[in-house]
Ligand binder design. Structure first.
Ligand code: FAD
Length: 286
């Protein structure tokens, strides 16, 4: 089913994000995780797309398996990194062959070791161009990324929001946000999006902190602020893995409860390829 159509049928969607493991042996454990996530009845599973090319084949393989063997709806991520229009066309054909109907259209980050995104010759410079291309190809429901605190490269929040509107105008059906730890940032982002004429569903992305180093690395990569109270707490629990995980899940659950109370049209949980944290959050919410 196209994700666009889900929003006509229900007020709220639940989804989980997984990523292709870099170590060959971890794929089996990812499939066990997906099986466990399936028991939580998500509306779809999203599968990330590797930045540098190394995990791309695996992304498509995993997305196809989620759709055709696990019989769950899948949202396949796709980036413009190191791809020409012809490359993207071939991938769209693969998605079609695999019966995949939903794409999260992204520009992507610069490949490892590079600090600036460089458009591939014959490719796309920004996600709005990719959205337009996929739309013209037909047959897919298209999502894009949104940034409650503004994208890290954007000159300011409003400029980034105007660029989000370009993506929507190019044919986007829904938005999934970058992780954030302060719901007020999400509400401000959602309100301003509506004010500038964005009418598609905006799904908040929730990230349960599971360890200190990972939280700092991810937050600095995507520019998410860690509120000082949360920062103090995880720093204090730095050497206590079980306690930090428990606290991270509690924090994410409180965020999720508040978001659902305040009209979020769904929840997208960054599972980090584990089922337990997602399960705890979903159980607490129900
Ligand atoms: P864009 O929307 O193209 O924006 C990039 C920057 O350019 C922004 O600063 C924006 O303000 C600016 N901009 C946009 N359009 C224009 C324009 N027309 N003219 C001038 N400036 C413009 N990365 C991966 O590699 N693989 C993944 O699977 C993946 N999944 C993700 C899932 C989610 C939900 C999110 C939030 C992010 C994901 N990312 C992924 C990370 C994403 O690729 C990066 O954040 C990347 O830096 C930007 O991608 P984008 O699609 O938002 O780019």
């Amino acid at each position: 089913m196209k994700i666009r159509d889900m929003f006509f049928k229900k007020d709220f969607t639940l989804s989980f994000e997984v990523f292709p493991p870099t170590r060959e042996g971890d794929i089996k454990s990812l499939y066990s995780t997906i099986q466990e996530l399936r028991e939580l009845n998500p509306d779809f599973i999203s599968v990330t797309y590797g930045a540098g090319g190394s995990t791309r084949g695996k992304s498509i393989e995993i997305a196809s398996k989620v759709k055709n063997e696990f019989n769950m709806e899948v949202l396949a991520h796709l980036t413009c990194v190191q791809s020409s229009k012809d490359d993207i066309s071939r991938i769209l054909d693969e998605f079609k062959k695999g019966n995949m109907k939903n794409i999260l259209a992204l520009r992507g980050d610069p490949p490892n070791g590079e600090n600036k995104f460089i458009k591939t010759e014959g490719g796309f410079g920004y996600a709005n161009e990719l959205v337009e291309f996929i739309k013209s190809n037909g047959g897919f429901s298209i999502g894009v990324a949104g940034y409650p605190e503004g994208h890290i490269e954007a000159p300011n929040f409003e400029a980034d929001l105007a660029n989000l509107k370009r993506k929507v105008d190019a044919g986007t059906d829904f938005i999934i946000t970058q992780l954030f730890f302060n719901n007020e940032d999400f509400y401000r982002f959602r309100d301003r999006s509506v004010e500038i004429g964005i009418r598609v569903p905006i799904i908040p992305g929730i990230f349960p902190i599971l360890n200190y180093k990972q939280a700092c690395r991810i937050a600095s990569l995507c520019g998410a602020k860690i509120p000082s109270k949360l920062d103090r707490k995880i720093l204090k629990l730095k050497e206590k893995p079980e306690e930090i995980e428990k606290y991270g899940i509690e924090y994410a659950t409180i965020q999720a409860e508040d978001l659902t109370k305040n009209g979020a049209q769904g929840l997208h949980i960054y599972s980090m390829n584990r089922s337990y944290p997602a399960k705890r959050i979903v159980v607490e919410l129900s």
